[in-house]
Design a protein around this ligand. Structure first.
Ligand code: GAP
Length: 449
C-alpha cells in the first residue's frame, strides 16, 4: 500500500482535529474555498498577530489600515488588473475542462483523467482572475464592482488619506491584513492556491531614488525571510529567489519570492517582495484626477514616492507551518505524530488536567490552575478525557507545547511536593515538577526563547 503524502496527512489532521474544513462541505464543497475551525483559526490568528507585532505595532513608521474588500471597477482599471491580471488557459479537447497553460503539473494531472487517449489542447487564451459582482437595486442600475484581487489597492487608494491625517515622513509604510479573491482556474494543494485567501502586506513608500530604494528593497527581503524563520522553519526549508523578467507582475520593476521547499512537491512561493516603483500612485493620480504626490516640508520638493511591497499569504503561512511542524517519532513503545509548533503560534499553549476526573479535590485544584492560566494566556485548554497518556497524545497532535497535571502530591500527599504540579514538554516527553506560583513565569520564559 502506498504511504500517505505529508499533504494527505495534514489535510486529514486538519479536518479530524478541527483546524480547517472544506468550505460548504455538506453541499459537496466549493473548490479552492476553506473554512477554519477552532484550532485553525487560533493558529492563523497567532501567525497574523506575529506579523502585526513585527511589522506594524512594533514599528513607528508603519500605519495600519483595514480597507474594504469591494472596490469599483475604476480602481482595477487604474491598477492595470482588468487588463493584465490574467493567466493563460488551455482547454482539453476531449472534456473541455480548462487548466493553466503555464503549470505543467496541472496539465499532467489532467492528462491522467484520460489514460487511454492522447489529450489534445487548444491554443492558450488569456483569462482574467478578478472576481466581480454588482451593487445596486436593479439589473439596469447596478454598478460592477470587484472583490479585491490583492489587498494592495486598499493601501494605494488611501495613500493621500494617510498623508493628510497622519502626516508621515518618507520613508513610511501602510500595513494591512485582509481577504483577497482570485478566480483561480486550478486551485490546488489545499491552502496553497485558493480562490478566497488572506494576505498580509506592507507597502513601504520611499523617496524615488533608484539606489536608496534598491537598498530598502534588500532590507525588506531579509526582514520577510527572518519573519518566516521566526515561525520555526529550518534554514534549508526556505530560500530567496529572483523572478525572471517574464515572470514579473505588470506593476513590478523587480521581484523576489521567499519560497518554501514543500515536501513531495518542491519550492513554492510563500511571500512576494516587489519593487512597484511609482506605478500605482501615478496610475491612480491619472485615473482619479487626485494628486498623489508627497511634499517634503524640509526640502520643499514634491515627488511621487516609490513603493517597496512585502506581500505574504496568510493561508500559505498556515499550510507551510503545519507541514514544517509535522513530526513523527517513537516515544516509549508508541509511534506518535505531533506538531512541533513554536509556543507563540500554537493554538493551545498548555492543557490542564486533574490526574483523575472522578476525584473532586483534584478537579477543584486543577480548575483553579486552569482559571489562573486562562486569565493570563487565553490559549489554555481543559482536558480530562481518557487516561493521561491519551491526553498527552491528543495534545501532541495539535501541537500543545505543555501539559500540566494536578495530582495527589499537589494536594500535599507528599508534603515536599505540596502545591507543585507536573509540566510535561511536548517534544521531549519529559516532566518537571514546578511550584504553582512559578508556572506563569516558567511559561512566559519559554515563550520568549
Ligand atoms: N500585492 C502583491 C500580490 O498580491 P502575489 O505574489 O500575487 O502578489 C502575494 O501574492 C502572496 O499572496 C503570495 O506570495 C501568496 O503567499 C499569496 N497568494 C497569492 N495567490 C494565492 C492563492 N491563490 N491562494 C493562496 N495564497 C495566495
Amino acid at each position: 500500500m502506498e504511504k500517505d503524502t505529508l499533504m494527505e496527512k495534514i489535510v486529514s489532521l486538519c479536518k479530524r482535529r478541527g483546524f480547517i474544513f472544506q468550505g460548504s462541505e455538506i453541499y459537496g464543497g466549493l473548490a479552492g474555498i476553506y473554512d477554519y475551525g477552532p484550532l485553525g483559526v487560533e493558529l492563523r490568528h497567532n501567525i497574523k498577530q506575529y506579523f502585526w507585532q513585527k511589522f506594524i505595532s512594533g514599528r513607528e513608521d508603519i500605519y495600519p489600515i483595514s480597507a474594504a474588500i469591494l472596490m469599483p471597477e475604476r480602481v482595477w482599471q487604474a491598477s492595470g488588473h482588468t487588463e493584465l491580471f490574467t493567466d493563460p488557459l488551455v482547454e482539453c479537447k476531449i472534456c473541455h475542462e480548462r487548466v493553466r497553460a503555464d503549470q505543467s503539473e496541472a496539465i499532467e494531472d489532467h492528462e491522467k483523467k484520460h489514460p487511454k487517449e492522447k489529450v489534445e489542447w487548444s491554443e492558450p487564451r488569456v483569462f482574467n482572475l478578478l472576481v466581480g459582482t454588482k451593487l445596486g437595486a436593479t439589473e439596469a442600475t447596478a454598478t460592477p464592482v470587484y472583490l479585491r484581487g490583492e489587498i494592495t489597492q486598499g493601501a494605494q487608494v488611501n495613500f493621500k488619506n494617510i498623508l493628510d491625517s497622519m502626516h508621515p515622513k518618507l520613508p513610511f509604510g501602510i500595513g494591512q491584513i485582509g481577504k483577497a479573491f482570485r478566480n483561480e482556474i486550478t486551485p490546488r494543494d489545499f491552502l496553497f492556491r485558493e480562490r478566497e485567501f488572506e494576505q498580509m502586506e506592507i507597502q513601504y513608500y520611499v523617496k524615488p531614488d533608484e539606489k536608496e530604494s534598491a537598498k530598502i528593497f534588500d532590507e525588506w527581503k531579509n526582514m520577510a525571510l527572518a519573519w518566516y524563520y521566526g515561525l520555526g522553519f529550518k534554514k534549508e526549508s526556505l530560500r530567496l529567489r529572483e523572478h525572471e523578467a517574464d515572470e514579473r507582475a505588470h506593476y513590478a520593476k523587480a521581484a523576489w519570492d521567499i519560497e518554501y521547499d514543500m515536501p513531495d512537491i518542491g519550492w513554492k512561493e510563500a511571500w512576494g517582495i516587489h519593487h512597484r516603483g511609482d506605478y500605482d500612485l501615478k496610475r491612480h493620480a491619472e485615473f482619479s484626477g487626485v494628486d498623489m504626490g508627497y511634499f517634503d516640508e524640509e526640502t520643499k520638493e514634491r515627488c511621487v514616492p516609490f513603493d517597496i511591497e512585502c506581500s505574504g499569504g496568510v493561508d500559505r503561512a498556515v499550510l507551510f507551518t503545519l507541514m514544517e511542524a509535522y513530526t513523527e517519532d517513537t516515544m516509549g513503545d508508541e509511534v506518535r505524530a505531533y506538531l512541533k509548533l513554536k509556543p507563540h503560534i500554537a493554538p493551545v499553549l498548555c492543557a490542564v488536567s486533574p490526574l483523575l476526573k472522578n476525584k473532586p479535590e483534584l478537579v477543584e485544584k486543577a480548575r483553579e490552575m486552569f482559571a489562573m492560566l486562562k486569565k493570563e494566556f487565553g490559549r489554555v485548554a481543559w482536558d480530562d478525557n481518557g487516561n493521561i497518556g491519551k491526553r498527552y497524545r491528543r495534545q501532541d497532535e495539535i501541537g500543545t507545547p505543555w501539559c500540566i497535571v494536578i495530582d495527589f502530591d499537589t494536594l500535599g500527599e507528599n508534603p515536599e511536593h505540596k502545591d507543585t504540579v507536573t509540566i510535561r514538554d511536548r517534544d521531549t516527553g519529559k516532566q518537571e515538577r514546578i511550584h504553582k506560583d512559578k508556572l506563569i513565569e516558567y511559561i512566559k520564559g519559554k515563550i520568549s526563547l
